[in-house]
Design a protein. Structure first.
Length: 254
């Protein structure tokens, strides 16, 4: 498959070469995709769409180093990560990639600040440094005043904003998000979309979002569709209906 590279003169943040993922299902071998080539430029916001079961989350897990491909290679800049030992891959992942999931995966018995601190504590930061940086990023998502509240006491929108803060507290270069608005109502989802755009700019990120929200996808720099193992660039193909979900809620966050 031809590499998706619309801005050939720009720096490449993420690149895959002949990426393949297969797995066993009983006696059968299932191929999710094979020979998949992709390039994402530094600073891009890319939406990845496709039907359920197409392999979007699988691709995200591979790119984030949470799973290993059956074949092929993944590069972050010039660094090839697929052959890294588990310990080096975990070290790379902790410092380079921020993750946001549809299920925010917060620990409900811990406070918002404690949840955000965890990636820093895992990498060996001191309590004082981790707390200071966590409060700063909670301020960015307008939740500093809720820092001491347990995650289980927060609304769905607030929990997702804590998850965003946790993803960014380690100052990653890349943000990977899997259906970040999937469990939210329309109004709250729109506010998360707006916040993602703000944080992308403020943190000079490269961002890839798996989403079924076509309005969200249409506001990204590129829209890719994964279907039957084939990755196609659908940028510019959005209809007026898919672009009508603009943010009408100002800068207030739920």
């Amino acid at each position: 498959m031809e590499s998706l590279n619309p801005q050939s003169g720009d720096a490449v943040a993420i690149r895959t070469v002949a990426l393949t993922r297969r797995y066993l299902s009983g006696p059968s071998q299932i191929t999710v995709f094979a020979g998949l080539d992709l390039e994402i430029q530094q600073g891009e916001r890319v939406a990845l769409t496709g039907e359920s079961g197409a392999g979007k989350s699988t691709l995200l897990y591979l790119l984030g180093g949470l799973d290993r491909p059956s074949d092929g290679k993944i590069y972050f800049g010039d660094k090839e990560i697929t052959s890294l030992p588990d310990s080096e891959l975990a070290h790379f992942r902790n410092r380079t990639v921020g993750f946001v999931w549809q299920n925010h995966s917060l620990l409900p018995e811990f406070s918002a600040m404690e949840n955000v601190m965890m990636p820093l504590l895992i990498r060996g930061a001191g309590q004082e440094e981790a707390a200071e940086r966590s409060l700063a990023v909670l301020d960015e998502v307008a939740l500093r005043g809720r820092a001491e509240h347990r995650a289980g006491e927060l609304s769905g929108g607030e929990q997702q904003r804590v998850a965003l803060a946790r993803a960014l507290v380690g100052r990653p270069a890349v943000l990977l998000a899997d259906e970040p608005t999937g469990n939210l109502d329309f109004r709250t989802g729109e506010m998360i979309v707006s916040l993602l755009a703000d944080l992308h700019r403020a943190h000079t990120l490269t961002s890839l979002y798996v989403t079924h929200n076509l309005g969200f996808a249409a506001r990204c720099d590129r829209v890719l569709r994964l279907e039957k193992g084939v990755l196609a660039d659908e940028t510019g193909s959005a209809t007026p209906e898919t672009t009508s979900a603009s943010n009408n809620y100002g800068r207030g966050y739920v």
